[in-house]
Design a protein around this ligand. Structure first.
Ligand code: ADE
Length: 251
């Protein structure tokens, strides 16, 4: 994977710029473990910008009641647009809006995002965001699943974590078969380690055989059976992918 380069040819640091009403939530879980070490050592960068800093009235208000009535509050277009503009991100960076209305995040989109310069990510709160700013600032709505979180921050953590672990040097050799099997559209096969027997259950004998070809075939069959049982939709998508002409795009 090649990262974008600076004018002098040096590698540009992958950067996530997060717009949120709760900048104190960051780096949060991204500050520990492998992502946290990589952040501390400059392998990637994180900026959390406070949307409220772009409020203009005396009360620093960022939201208002929905036009047409209804419950909850809507994030104002003018305040969010000013916050996006103040972040001053270069036009080649994707501008995402975490939202349950968005296209579902996939591993292939994560791979694309990790290969680029890094996204600007808007975290929604309240009932929603004024539609006009989504269109005017061309925000790409991204969902992390069919459930509703109380805000986009936790979704942003998930997206950033999934990208950061793919950056060169973050995981070393640990980027594993699980990634490869996911990009092949299959769930991961089961894993075992010591002890050799746990509560009467032995490790499947084939895994101790030392026969790499048989182990690989067993793992493949397990991955396929698991995917068929739990995520038949992935198998359908995979078959469609295999049938698609090589130069076709998602449009
Ligand atoms: N904000 C609230 N729910 C969300 C979801 N499921 N995905 C992304 N952002 C969200």
């Amino acid at each position: 994977m090649t990262l974008p380069v600076n004018r002098d040819g040096s590698r540009m640091t992958w950067r996530a710029t997060v717009l949120t009403l709760f900048p104190e939530m960051f780096p949060g879980p991204l500050g520990v473990s492998l992502a946290g070490k990589a952040l501390a050592s400059g392998l990637w960068a994180l900026e959390a910008c406070d949307i409220r800093a772009s409020a203009t009235d005396r009360h620093r208000s960022v939201d208002d009641t929905p036009a047409g009535g209804g419950p909850g509050m809507v994030l104002r277009a003018d305040v969010l647009a000013a916050a996006i503009d103040a972040a001053n991100v270069s036009p080649d960076r994707p501008r995402l809006l975490m939202s349950p209305r968005g296209r579902p995040l996939t591993q292939s989109r994560v791979v694309e995002l990790a290969a680029g310069p890094g996204p600007l990510i808007v975290c929604g709160r309240f009932e929603g965001i004024d539609q006009r700013v989504i269109e005017a600032r061309r925000l790409e709505e991204v969902s992390i699943g069919d459930y509703v979180l109380s805000g986009g921050e936790i979704a942003a953590f998930a997206l950033i974590d999934a990208c950061v672990r793919l950056l060169p040097g973050v995981m070393g050799k640990l980027v594993s078969g699980a990634d490869e099997s996911f990009s092949e559209g299959l769930l991961e096969y089961p894993q075992y380690t010591r002890p050799q027997e746990f509560e009467g259950q032995p490790i499947p004998e084939i895994l101790l055989s030392g026969d790499h070809a048989r182990v690989a075939a067993w793992r493949r069959a397990e991955a396929e059976a698991l995917t068929r049982a739990r995520r038949p939709d992935l198998l359908v998508a995979r078959t469609a992918d295999q049938k698609r002409p090589k130069n076709a795009t998602d449009g």
